[in-house]
Structures are given as C-alpha cells and as structure tokens.
Design a protein around this ligand. Sequence first.
Ligand code: SUO
Ligand code: CP
Length: 315
Amino acid sequence: MKQFLSVKDVPNLPILVNEALSQKRNPFANKQLGKNKTLGLLFFNASLRTRLSTQKAAQNLGMEVMVMNVSQDSWGLEMQDGAIMDGDKAEHVKEGAAVIGQYCDIIGVRSFASLTDKEKDIQEEVISQFVKYAGVPIISLESALRHPLQSLTDVITIEEYKTKQKPKVVLTWAPHPKALPQAVPNSFAEWMNASQVDFVITHPEGYELDKEFVGNAKVTYNQKQAFEGADFIYAKNWSSYTSYGQILSKDPAWTVNAEKMKLTDNAKFMHCLPVRRNVVVMDEVLDSPNSIVIPQAGNRVWAAQAVLKQLLSSI
Ligand SMILES: NCCC[C@H](NC(=O)CCC(=O)O)C(=O)O
Ligand SMILES: NC(=O)OP(=O)(O)O
C-alpha cells in the first residue's frame, strides 16, 4: 500500500482486516519493522482517539512518533497554489509539507471539511496538497470527505461481533447541536459497500449524502423501518450536503433510544465517538450491554497498526 486516503487505496480488504486482527492478537510481533522510521502526525483539528491510537500503533511497530497541532503550534499554512501571501499565512504548504517529509517516513494528516467552501472540501484541499508536496506516504486521519482509519475500525468491529454471515447494518442520522462534516458517514458507507453486509442508511429529508458514497445502499427516511431486524446500529450526525453545511433538523425524534433498539435483532450499538449523550443517543442505550463503542474505539489501534505495517512494508 502506497498511501491510505480511502478504501480505494487498499489492495485487498479481507487481507487488511485479517492483518488488523492478527496485530490485535500479537501486538509486538513486528516491533523491528518500524525501527529507525518516523511517523509525523499533523492535526488541524482536535482529536482524542485518532491521535493516541495511531501513536500507540506506531510504537507497537517500533516507530518514533512526532505530533504537531498545526493550527496551534505551527505557522499558518497557505494551501492555494499561486497565492499572493500578503495575508495572515506565513508559510506555503509547498515548503511546509516538503520539509516535514524530510523528517518523517510517513505523515498522517487530520483536516476536517470547512463546511463553508463546498468546492475546496470536495477537492480535499489540505490532504491533497500534502500528498502532492510531502514526498512520503500520507495517511488520512480524517479529511474533508473521509475517515478511513475509523471505517477500517468499523469493518473490523463488525467482523468481530457479527453472528450472521451477512448482517444488517444501519447507518442512522441523529441530531446534534453543531454542524458536523459528512466524512464519517461517507467513509462508513464507502467501506460497508465494499463489505459483505446488508447496508441501509436512514436520515431525514435534506440529509442525502453524496451519491458517490451511497452507492447501492438502501436509503430510507423511515428510521423505525430501517431499525427492524438490524444487527448493528451505527449512529452519526452530519450536516446537510445538498444545503451545504446547514443544520436542517435537530429533531429529538431521531435520537437513538431503547424503544427503537427493541425493533432490531438485539443489535449492537456503534458510534465513532465523541458522542453527545442524550442528544445523539440516550444513556439507556450507550450504557447497555449492546453498546460496543468502547471496544470499537479500542480497535482503532489495530486498524492503524495494520495500515502502518502495510505502508512500512512498501517504503
Ligand atoms: N473523528 C470523529 C468525529 C469528528 C467530528 N466530530 C465532531 O467534531 C464532534 C464535535 C462536537 O460534538 O462538538 C466529525 O463529526 O467528523
Ligand atoms: N473517532 C475519532 O476519530 O475520534 P477523535 O476525533 O477523538 O480522534
């Protein structure tokens, strides 16, 4: 694997999933692979899981790790080629990314969608500029459109907890006080469509995701109908894609609660975290034995470790 920006970069998904589960069983088996190799983790946005799990994964493989909160610690980076830099940005990504590429063998980048400039978000401007100028493999730590380390984690977690050959997996929109990116649901859909599951997406009208990610998934505005017979409920808020970045609804009727979970086939509850309790999902679900959000987050380490191992093997 040469880079990890989306499922399209994965040569063989079942092999990558097995690799992650094998790393989980034996975390230190490849401690020599990353010797004298450095991973740089660059954050334009906050993180708890991605930062710590990726760092942990790299350490398990014997790598050195450098972390920088770009938006707080570094010079402001200009992303636009040809820009006249007489504003507040002191350094162009052309130099910034190339210099970091001199210090690191692999670079991870987190940069959320602006939710104001749809065109730039669609082009995934920040991560694309790092791919263009860093000169080393890039891992997405959540870009404007995708969160592949999360989605690989979700595939692994479903693989571990499924009790049927082809489980029914439901991605449900849920309310939230803030406008959030479409990256997590886009990416989840992209990876579910590449997996052997019966995949359903449910959301209110106006929250349709980009068709590129929805693919052949079944889509319904009827949340209760979607929940019927489900094996996994994956909740996430996102802002509107068509009315770009807007909050069209905060309807608590979409909150995941115990009554709706009763419609499922004893489904496991999943969320990428962080989650707003009693807004996205009620305590009664999150604190129930059916919630697997903590082991799901634990699996972030093995997803990152499998990806780093494959990248290290090809540099
Ligand atoms: N990386 C996982 C989710 C990150 C981000 N969530 C957030 O920004 C939540 C913020 C809040 O709840 O205030 C998102 O939805 O893409
Ligand atoms: N799920 C996830 O990516 O969490 P963080 O935003 O805390 O990294």
